[in-house]
Design a protein around this ligand. Structure first.
Ligand code: SER
Length: 860
């Protein structure tokens, strides 16, 4: 009877729920409490601490359908994915777990009942294995379940291997929970080549392992010894794709419903007819891991998990290109996948748009170099003598065109070549070395020193300390003493100087002895020692001398404030933007801090404000900054944020600020958060796909920046005001110019009234101050005559009248102006030859001027 993948998943969870198991959702692909594990690779990962008895849950039986990624580790099979029946980057593991509850008997009985009754597999098709010495499991299978003895295979330790190195002894890793296991195999039939487990033909495809039942009994220690777990437990795992293949009557996982639907989608999106093309399988497999890795917060990058993701995406894009795709296609599969995954698609559906965006950006970026890279690769392959492509070319493809080495290997392999992996690694290492050297502080400091003595750091509590000079280096060589001002490196057995680490810059200051002073301009780690870089500024310095080391306390204080603020910023970002925020880099200096983190989009102004507000609120909380040294397990238990890929010692320093921030950190910090004073973000920008950078300042610098900002605003305001004044002046000048031009035109409006030249006119917006000179001007031009001008400016009326001397006996300018002024709500007067007045009734002006004309006609 056919069952879809979705039906199988539901049937499994329901079956175990009916047996008293708690259905637990799949955990993230990024293991929450294990920075050493690349990706979640088994259902039991999220229960590791429960098996060990460190974590208590309120149930003792659980079941889950766990998403898993197995790719990118030391032994990764990425290049096989798509070309075999059962290799995947992503798969789902169905599992049931007992935490000190039931053990072998129930575990075996449940598995058998589910397989043979619930989903109806024929018993005769099944075959089981047990660990060689596990008679108990053998007897349960044989006597209680009734599996014939010849279908129960005992598998021992590998020949020449270590104890417990066996297919039937499962270990999570070099340490951790482990125990003997019993596996169930399915016989796909005689038509397929292969033999039962334990035979020379076991690697064939006929007998396929479908379910692994681990009897968790031990906690493996680093030295290989096995400690008993608090209680015997059970961890099982069944790949859903394999069981779906059986229930759907197919042999290859790629033929099951989920993959067939996905393959059809890929073919449709790219426009491929031949559904058997293996590149379709590659793409169908890869979209699953890529989409879910992004859902779980992994972003494409050049290191760690992000680089594994990037490699898978690029491999998919290359295969899409091989299928004929000319544009971004991979991201278009996210929507179909979210549907196809059925009940396991919920998390993806919730984040579909985000996942599409990340993939599209990554695809577009790589798409730009893919074709040119392929051209270069094809050309290089044409020239290969022998069967190996040289490491330099592989490196160049990586460095210039973004081709991960396994992608180049993929292409080379298709054409029957190998790549020189060692040569590639050597070229990579040479580049890392160049980068390291370029990152040094200048050639003077570029001293490869080999320090014999270690140093104790005594600078957590103070900035001054005494120690003995144990070594001095000049140009990389040890010397007994320093006598001139040469650049040198000084090592002390005890020192309060903090060596650059964890993003915090090295201290500066002075080292004094009876004989002289050494000025420290930087402090770096040199193995177990703390190396003071600088130069002799007074006297001399000798190995063996007692010294007083003084860190520049003000600078250190500023650095410490910025370091504490960085922790608050990190926690605030997680609160505002989400738990996907992971630290990607950090730089803490006296003049500010820089924090790089994974986030897809620019942080909006509102979000930045919220982050700033939270950090400042935490500063005002004035929580004590506490440090505690504890073992790494306890730190994780406490919820301390650790960096993936960072190697931590067993004993770690945990730094907490109230409940708000708990991080592993070796740096120097404020005593209380209030010491930071104030926090201010100065910039936010993207520095790589999916990585943002925030720069910020604290304390006096932050306060100064507020004053500075205010001063800037004031200066800008002053500037704007004087600009406005200048503009106003310019307008006045323009108006005058305009009036002058108008007065030049006015002369044409002169008419004769009873034989006398008369000019009556209304002006608009002329400068009242300019009217007088205008009238003088007109009178001069007329020689003999009468001028009356009404000007409307700023909603007011300005009036002026001029009468040439020869006519003042007949008409007086004052009378004329007054006549008009009275009608526009004003009053005026003046000399007989020139009079001015004002008024407020602008609308009455035209009639008033007309009445003046009538009056003049009577007078003249
Ligand atoms: N942890 C075991 C495995 O991965 C059973 O789930 O095979």
């Amino acid at each position: 009877m056919y069952m879809s993948t979705d039906e199988i998943r539901t049937a499994f969870l329901k079956f175990f729920e009916s047996k008293g198991h708690q259905i637990v959702p799949s955990s993230s692909l990024v293991p929450a409490d294990d920075p050493t594990l690349l990706f979640t690779n088994a259902g039991m990962n999220q229960f590791k601490d429960t098996f060990l008895g460190v974590e208590k849950r309120d149930y003792t039986r659980a079941t889950s359908a766990q998403r898993c990624v197995r790719a990118g580790g030391k032994h990764n099979d990425l290049e096989n994915v798509g070309f075999t029946a059962r290799h995947h980057t992503f798969f789902e593991m169905l599992g049931n777990f007992s935490f000190g509850d039931y053990f072998k008997q129930d575990a075996i009985q449940y598995a058998w009942a589910f397989l043979t009754e619930t989903i109806g597999l024929p018993k005769e098709k099944l075959l089981v294995t047990v660990y060689e010495t596990d008679d108990e499991a053998f007897d349960i299978w044989h006597q209680q379940i009734g599996v014939p003895a010849d279908r129960i295979v005992r598998i021992g330790d590998k020949e020449g291997g270590k104890p417990y190195e066996s297919d039937n002894f499962w270990q999570m890793g070099d340490t951790g929970p482990c125990g003997p296991c019993s596996e169930i195999f399915y016989d796909h039939g005689e038509h397929i080549w292969g033999g039962p487990p334990g035979t020379p033909e076991e690697d064939g495809d006929r007998f396929i392992e479908i379910w692994n039942i681990v009897f968790m009994q031990f906690n493996r220690q680093a030295d290989g010894t096995m400690e008993n777990l608090p209680k015997p437990s059970v961890d099982t795992g069944m790949g859903i794709e394999r069981i779906a293949a059986i229930k759907q009557g197919v042999h290859s996982n790629y033929e099951i419903d989920v993959f067939q639907q996905l393959i059809k989608q890929v073919a449709e999106i790219i426009g491929v007819e031949d559904l058997t093309n293996q590149s379709l399988r590659v793409v169908a497999d890869h979209i699953r891991s890529c989409a879910y890795l992004i859902v779980d917060g992994v972003m494409p990058s050049n290191e760690g998990r992000g680089y594994v993701l990037r490699r898978i995406i690029r491999r998919a894009v290359r295969h899409g290109n091989k299928l004929g795709s000319k544009e971004a296609f991979f991201y278009k599969l996210v929507g179909p996948l979210a549907t196809i995954m059925g009940t396991a698609g919920e998390d993806l559906r919730a984040q579909q748009t985000m996942v599409e965006k990340v993939l599209k950006i990554e695809e577009d970026n790589f798409g730009r170099t893919l074709e040119r890279g392929m051209l270069m690769l094809e050309e290089a392959l044409d020239k290969v003598k022998g069967d190996e492509l040289d490491g330099e070319t592989v490196f160049k493809l990586y460095d210039t065109y973004g081709f991960p080495a396994d992608l180049t290997n993929d292409v080379a392999r298709e054409r029957g070549y190998r790549i020189d992996e060692a040569g590639f690694e050597a070229a990579m290492e040479a580049q890392r070395q160049r980068a390291r050297e370029a990152g040094q502080f200048g050639t003077d400091y570029n001293q490869a020193i080999k320090v014999e003595h270690g140093s104790d750091f005594c600078g957590y509590t103070g900035t001054e300390g005494t120690g003995q000079i144990t070594e001095i280096f000049v140009d990389g060589d040890t010397v007994d003493s320093l006598v001139s001002g040469d650049k040198a490196v000084v090592i002390l057995d005890h020192t309060p100087f903090y060596a650059e680490a964890g993003g915090q810059c090295g201290d500066t200051g002075v080292i004094d002895t009876d004989q002289g002073r050494f000025t420290v301009t930087d402090t770096q780690k040199a193995g177990q020692a703390i190396a003071h870089y600088g130069s002799l500024s007074e006297g001399q310095l000798s190995v063996g001398a007692q010294a007083t080391a003084r860190v520049d306390a003000a600078r250190r204080h500023a650095v410490a404030m910025n370091h504490s603020a960085t922790h608050l910023l990190h926690a605030a970002l997680r609160e505002v933007l989400g738990k996907h925020i992971a630290q990607k880099g950090s730089l803490v200096r006296p003049d500010g801090l820089r924090f790089d983190f994974s986030h897809l989009e620019p942080v909006t102004a509102d979000e930045l404000k919220a982050v700033e507000r939270i950090v400042n609120q935490q500063i005002r909380e004035n929580s004590p900054v506490q440090t505690e040294v504890m073992d790494i397990e306890a730190a994780k238990q406490k919820g301390a944020m650790a960096l993936f890929g960072e190697k931590y010692d067993d004993q770690v320093r945990v730094l907490s600020m109230g409940d708000f921030s708990i991080e592993l950190c070796g740096g120097t910090h404020a005593t209380r958060t209030g010491d930071i004073g104030m926090f201010k973000i100065v910039s936010e920008a993207g520095i790589a796909a999916g990585v943002r950078r925030i720069e910020a300042i604290t304390g006096q610098a932050a306060i100064d920046s507020v004053y500075q900002q205010q001063a800037d605003y004031e200066a800008k305001l002053d500037e704007a005001q004087s600009k406005a004044k200048a503009l106003e002046k310019q307008i006045q000048q323009l108006k005058q110019k305009l009036a002058a031009q108008e007065s030049a035109g006015l002369i044409n409006q002169v008419r004769e009234l009873n034989g006398v030249k008369v000019l009556i006119s209304q002006l608009d917006g002329a400068d009242n101050k300019a009217l007088r000179s205008m009238v003088d001007d007109l009178k001069n031009q007329m020689g003999s005559g009468i001028v009356l001008l009404g000007n409307v400016a700023n909603d007011k009326v300005g009036l002026i009248a001029g009468v040439t001397k020869d006519l003042t006996g007949t008409v007086k300018a004052g009378e004329l102006v007054n006549l008009v002024a009275q009608q526009v709500g004003g009053k005026g007067g003046g000399r007989p030859d020139m009079a001015q007045a004002g008024g407020s009734d602008v609308s009455a002006l035209p009639n008033a001027l007309a009445s003046a004309e009538t009056w003049l006609a009577e007078q003249l």
